[in-house]
Design a protein around this ligand. Structure first.
Ligand code: ARG
Ligand code: ZN
Length: 468
């Protein structure tokens, strides 16, 4: 943390010098232009921004659940990818008090979830810059495009965080697109007795004057939809897998005794699940794992927050397997467009079936047979899996038709080719966004078969595919 701060200050110092010098002798440099206020997603064009790439978010959050008062500072370290006269960050329903770019106060406006910043000096393509945003307000219970709770969901005892797809902007200024991964550090201060849990590793915890501050660092580059600082009446327990991977679980004290026992039983299986999936998908991609189990169930879903999935209520075993599988499929190998959401959910569903096969309760074939038993007249088949539309992002087809498609692919190309595809897919670099076309190309390369018709029938047509 301290070393990070020193580094940030050093980068800041250099950036001021570098930006100041060439701007003074402009000559043949490109003319500074405003950065795009869109990250280019077809379904969520307002999310994300253009013209820069974030390296690191350092978030300092002071939160009081009883009043929902949030006072925060975000230090955003980024690199300009074009020469910018202004740029934007996504931030909703919170008010910026003060903002600097490279140490100099900058002009800013806040409209419709866009924080548009005009730095005093243009930002030159290729150079780093540092934005410090002091902001805050009263947090609420934000809803996504379908009316589901997401983002920073406030409760009397803390907050449940589930940003997917573009809810990170409900609690910090962010380039809210999965295409721009960054590392994170969090310093969170809450009333004594409340516990804050974030992604990654807990560095320290200390209490002064009735308030507890904890510091967390997430060193594995992460998409903003997977970032999290949950707060609540949590008890933290730590352990390690046989191979030494640190596990940190946070379980809500307010769960019933029955739910606590069920949660403990399921979470105890995480090490075995990690070992099992490693034999199928390759090495676990991050430096820690664990769960946040909250007693508030209004969100009604679980989310695969990087290294630390969050659950509304006591999770069942297949859900824990599902969120763990997302660490490979979604979190490490990340989509570039939200319409490819089935690449996350179809793979995680298939992983549930694999875990069920391992424990003797289910299997990929049974999952496939179940999906194929859905009548052709059902509306289930009307959602094209690889382009469901923003309203149907989390439709049943995204999960089950996606999972069944992977089994259809396996039956078509055979086990050897299928497992090579899965392992090579999981081994893709985390910083290169993926699409359905990439999976088609890989599957054809590995199998030596032409598979465009199979992909088209299963993933793009609004009706039931023929059995394979
Ligand atoms: N990705 C989550 C899962 O593992 C579901 C998230 C639902 N999010 C929402 N905004 N409705 O299934
Ligand atoms: Zn999922």
């Amino acid at each position: 943390m301290r070393r990070l701060r020193v580094l940030l200050v050093a980068v800041l110092g250099c950036a001021v010098l570098l930006v100041a010098a060439p701007a003074a002798s402009a000559g043949g440099l490109p003319k500074p232009q405003p950065g795009s206020t869109s990250g280019g997603d077809q379904y969520f064009p307002a999310a994300g921004n253009g013209g820069y790439d974030v390296l690191h978010y350092d978030l300092t959050l002071d939160y009081t659940p009883a009043t929902r008062a949030l006072t925060a500072r975000a230090i955003v370290a980024a690199t300009a990818t074009s020469t910018l006269s202004s740029f934007s960050l996504d931030l909703r329903d919170l008010t910026v008090a003060k903002l600097t770019v490279n140490g100099l106060p900058a002009r800013f406006t806040q409209t419709g979830g866009e924080l548009v910043v005009t730095p005093r000096l243009p930002l030159l393509k290729g150079l780093p810059f540092i934005v410090v945003v002091d902001y805050g307000g009263t947090t609420g219970q934000p809803e996504d495009n379908t009316g589901a709770l997401y983002g920073w969901i406030s409760y009397d005892d803390g907050a449940f965080i589930g940003n997917e797809p573009e809810g990170a902007s409900t609690w910090y200024p962010v380039n809210d697109t999965p295409k721009d991964k960054a590392t994170y550090s969090f310093t969170v201060t809450v009333p004594q007795g409340t516990t804050a849990v974030a992604n990654g590793t807990l560095l320290s915890q200390s209490t002064r004057n009735g308030r507890t501050t904890s510091k967390w660092v997430a060193t594995d580059p992460m998409a903003s939809y997977l970032s999290m600082v949950a707060t609540g009446d949590y008890t933290i327990t730590r352990s390690r897998t046989a191979s030494g991977l640190p596990i940190l679980n946070a379980v809500d004290d307010d769960l019933s005794a029955e739910d606590k026992a069920a949660t403990a039983e399921v979470l105890a299986k995480q090490p075995e699940m990690i070992d099992f999936f490693q034999t199928r998908f390759g090495r676990y991609p991050f430096s820690s794992f664990g769960a946040v189990v909250d007693d508030d169930t209004d969100a009604g879903y679980a989310l695969e927050n990087q290294t630390r999935p969050i659950y509304s209520g006591a999770p069942d075993e297949s859900t824990v397997a599902h969120e763990l599988a997302h660490q490979w499929f979604g979190n490490k190998v990340t989509l570039g467009q939200w319409r490819d959401i089935w690449l996350n959910e179809g793979f995680a569903t298939y992983a549930e079936w694999l875990w069920g096969e391992h424990t003797g309760t289910d299997s990929p074939q049974a999952g496939y047979d179940f999906v194929m038993s859905i009548p052709a007249s059902s509306s289930f088949w009307t959602v094209p899996t690889a382009d469901p539309g923003p309203e149907d992002l989390f439709a049943a087809a995204t999960y089950y038709r996606g999972g069944a498609f992977l089994h259809a692919l396996r039956l078509t190309i055979g086990d050897d080719a299928f497992w090579t595809v899965i392992r090579q897919w999981a081994a893709r670099p985390s910083w290169v966004p993926v699409s359905t076309a990439d999976l088609l190309a890989l599957s054809e390369k590995v199998s030596g078969r032409q598979l465009d018709t199979l992909f088209d029938e299963w993933l793009y047509q609004p009706d039931k595919p023929a059995p394979v």
